[in-house]
Design a protein around this ligand. Structure first.
Ligand SMILES: CCCCCCCCCCCCCC(=O)SCCNC(=O)CCNC(=O)[C@H](O)C(C)(C)COP(=O)(O)OP(=O)(O)OC[C@H]1O[C@@H](n2cnc3c(N)ncnc32)[C@H](O)[C@@H]1OP(=O)(O)O
Ligand SMILES: CNCCCN(C)c1ncc(F)c(N2CC(C(=O)NCc3cnc4ccccn34)C2)n1
Length: 405
């Protein structure tokens, strides 16, 4: 029993231990401290400031390094960003996989309407040398507990493996904060697999096998007890074609209708983006190898439902036979005339058609209503959601209506 107790060191145990440990950088930031209670009030933690109060020059970097503003439209620069990330970005705890965001994906993720190039921030070795650090922001109108706030979505924080544990991350975070504040934006939203001061929500990843043989070969999943490979393949088999009548790829003409469906649906959630039609067009119009989106057109030619997923492959580190895991991630889904479970079953079928090996979904929005029924298995990955300079009550996963890339 004692051993059982010890083994149960989940994230709550981890965060209890972190409460004991101080965060030398994060304890200087306008975020609630790890141990603080959630309370029922919402509001900024920093005193109100104006753009003129924000220092005009960039933060100093350690010797031998310099800031650079990255131009993701420049083929050479985007290739440097791709290379830094594909070699140094997020890995699983056992270093079996590492995200492999593609160049087309990165240009999509970093150039939504109203994007700012000054928020694509890099650190180079002095004299235009090697790119060794990166962090990005994009503008987004975020609604949280009935308050609409212009925020920055922060992502792609990365320090080269050879420069880790030198406190470079806090410098990157302070500089991106300065650049965002200079645009009169004072809040941010971000997610991470690590526990920091202080999560507003702790979500779980679920995985639906589409190519179980490959997933087992690469160690992503394991053959179930009393299961053969043949039985496992049969268990996860899906039809060749979508089952709902009228499913087809989204096209530009659908944007106004899809915007209406998504905007109305996201209002259910405590934390959600408030998209303009231009943003729905940017985030949901299909882009091969990047984002997939399908609508259901009923007998009267009306678009009534929409499902979408994005492509985020992972490099499989050190495997003889396979070097890429093709993963689809559930994105924006609105089922208004069919059960969400039936819509998502078609999403699985469409993802399998596109040769994805696995379909990932978080337990956010109404996803819990289909995860078990559609044979998703719970993963070991947690995704923590954070707000910067905004204290608010804790939000359950089902109250999260925001998916970051
Ligand atoms: C108003 C506008 C505000 C804008 C900004 C809003 C905030 C945005 C915040 C960023 C949102 C990012 C969203 C994403 O992209 S999440 C993905 C993050 N990227 C990776 O995991 C890629 C692989 N790892 C690395 O590249 C490095 O390990 C990183 C760069 C992550 C840390 O580099 P390194 O390992 O060499 O450490 P250090 O010595 O420099 O610094 C140590 C300090 O850094 C704190 N740390 C560690 N990991 C993270 C993390 N994921 N978010 C925030 N802080 C993190 C850590 O607690 C410690 O602080 P403290 O515990 O002592 O206090
Ligand atoms: C700031 N952006 C947040 C989204 C980035 N995303 C997609 C992400 N952030 C943390 C995770 F925990 C995670 N997980 C998907 C689950 C999973 O598939 N785990 C096995 C695995 C396969 N490949 C990789 C690569 C890195 C880490 C785990 N990997 C866990 N996803």
């Amino acid at each position: 029993h004692l051993l059982q107790m010890l083994r149960k060191r989940g994230p709550c145990e981890e965060s209890r231990r972190q409460t004991a440990r101080e965060h030398l950088f994060w304890d200087t930031q306008p975020v609630p401290s790890m141990g603080s209670e959630y309370g029922q009030d919402s509001g900024p933690l920093d005193e109100l400031r104006t753009v003129d109060d924000v220092r005009a020059e960039p933060y100093p970097l350690p010797d031998k390094f310099e800031w650079c503003t990255c131009n993701v439209d420049d083929d050479k620069e985007i290739d440097e960003i791709y290379t830094l990330l594909t070699e140094n970005y997020v890995e699983d705890d056992d270093s079996m996989f590492r995200f492999d965001y593609s160049i087309h994906f990165l240009r999509w993720a970093l150039k939504p309407p109203e994007f700012l190039r000054s928020w694509h921030l890099g650190v180079r070795v002095q004299g235009g040398g090697k790119l060794v650090g990166f962090i990005t922001g994009i503008p987004a109108k975020i609604r949280v507990f009935e308050k609409s706030i212009q925020m920055a979505e922060i992502n792609f924080l990365c320090v080269h493996k050879r420069l880790r544990s030198k406190r470079l991350a806090p410098v990157l975070i302070k500089e991106i904060t300065r650049r965002v504040n200079r645009e009169n934006v004072w809040q941010a939203v971000y997610t991470a697999g690590v526990v920091l001061p202080r999560p507003i929500s702790e979500c779980r990843y679920w995985h639906r096998s589409l190519n179980p043989k490959k997933l087992i070969e690469v160690g992503f999943s394991h053959l179930g007890a009393r299961m053969t490979m043949a039985r496992t393949i049969k268990l996860y088999k899906v039809p060749d074609m979508p089952q709902l009548p009228g499913m087809r790829e989204m096209k530009k003409e659908d944007v106004p209708r899809v915007h209406g469906l998504v905007l109305n649906y996201l209002r259910k959630f405590t934390l959600h983006p408030e998209f303009t039609p231009e943003e729905v067009e940017h985030w949901m119009l299909p882009r091969p190898g990047v984002v997939y989106c399908y609508v259901r057109e009923n007998e009267k030619g009306e678009v009534t439902d929409v499902c979408s997923f994005y492509s985020l492959p992972s490099s499989i580190l050190g495997h003889a036979k396979h070097n890429t895991l093709k993963a689809a991630y559930s994105y924006w889904n609105v089922a208004s005339t069919v059960p969400l479970q039936d819509l998502m079953y078609d999403a699985l079928i469409l993802a399998k058609q596109q040769d994805f090996d696995v379909f990932n979904a978080l337990d956010i929005m109404e996803n819990e209503s289909f995860l078990k029924e559609l044979k998703f298995g719970i993963g070991d990955g947690y995704l923590q959601y954070y707000l910067y300079n905004w204290k608010c009550p804790r939000i359950e996963p089902r109250g999260i209506g925001l998916v970051l890339l």
